[in-house]
Design a protein around this ligand. Structure first.
Ligand code: ADP
Length: 270
């Protein structure tokens, strides 16, 4: 890593001399700084749902004599706990992706299977939002990597496309080969992202203003996970978006040859 020199202290010694203390912020320190930021942001983000859970459980106790009230608070409590669990899962995913350079359990991954699992994972959300997810494109493409992480990345894009789309609209998930790069494109006709926000949406906890008011359930971590997951696989994420027209997020991953499944299967014994 390039050493980065920063002045940490400047002490005037005499009229013409100043002692400047320089420090080399090495890669390691930068990583440490990022980690501290992450912990600080995360603690902050956890406080709201944890506070809500605590208030709602108190409310249930106070409302004990009124079954209708108890049911009302209990269902809100369940919703908060679900949100909290989703947030914790995302925090764990992201911290794992940021913590180590290594992928565990690398194997041949079928893009068909990744896309199927990602889409099925959000079928309930799609139904609830009355959004139809349409799959298309090339079948039979493979990459090398960790199937769960890739599924989570594609799933996050599908989840966002559903969440930021109007009722009755369609979300497309298309796969194609661009030379030796596998492209998975998730397209919606939703609210879109203003140009000024487009490079920031991949930052941790960043949420565009419109999204904040529209969808309180978001965590601001989904795209950050997508970016890290894809980079870990030697790929990149591209974004095209126009406010009120929609967005296309494209994951690009190096293609690998289809595995020789015959060779992998154990031969029957005689
Ligand atoms: P969130 O949990 O808020 O969706 P993400 O990291 O997944 O967090 O996305 C960050 C922000 O990017 C969102 O809050 C929203 O402003 C914007 N965004 C992401 N996907 C879309 C999309 N498909 N359409 C419009 N805006 C989007």
């Amino acid at each position: 890593a390039e050493p980065r020199l920063v002045a940490v202290r400047a002490t005037p010694i005499s009229g013409r001399l100043t002692l400047v203390v320089l420090r080399d912020i090495t890669e390691r320190e930068r990583v440490e700084e990022m980690r501290r930021d992450f912990v600080a942001n995360t603690s902050h983000e956890l406080k709201t749902p944890v506070g809500a859970v605590s208030l709602l459980s108190e409310a249930i106790e106070f409302a004990a004599d009124d079954p209708a009230q108890v049911r009302h608070f209990a269902s809100r409590l369940q919703a908060e706990v679900t949100r909290l669990a989703a947030l914790v899962n995302r925090i764990l995913s992201l911290s794992r992706l940021q913590a180590s350079d290594e992928l565990r359990d690398v194997r041949d991954v079928s893009i068909d299977e990744v896309v199927t699992a990602a889409v099925e994972g959000y079928a309930i959300q799609a139904d609830a939002a009355q959004v139809t997810v349409v799959r298309g494109g090339t079948k039979g493409l493979w990459v090398r990597g960790e199937p769960q992480i890739l599924t989570e990345a594609v799933g996050n894009l599908v989840a966002n496309a559903i969440a930021y789309s109007p009722e009755g609209s369609k979300v497309g998930v298309g796969v194609k080969l661009d030379d030796t790069v596998v492209e998975i494109a998730v397209t919606d006709r939703g609210i879109g992202i203003p140009e000024s926000d487009q490079h920031r949406v991949f930052e941790r906890f960043y949420r565009a203003d419109q999204a904040r008011s529209r969808r309180t359930g978001g965590t601001g971590l989904g795209l950050s996970i997508v970016k890290h997951a894809v980079q870990r696989h030697g790929g990149e994420v591209r974004l095209w978006s126009r406010p009120d027209r929609g967005s296309t997020f494209t994951i690009r991953l190096p293609m690998s040859e289809a595995p020789d499944l015959e060779g992998v299967r154990p031969k029957p014994r005689r």
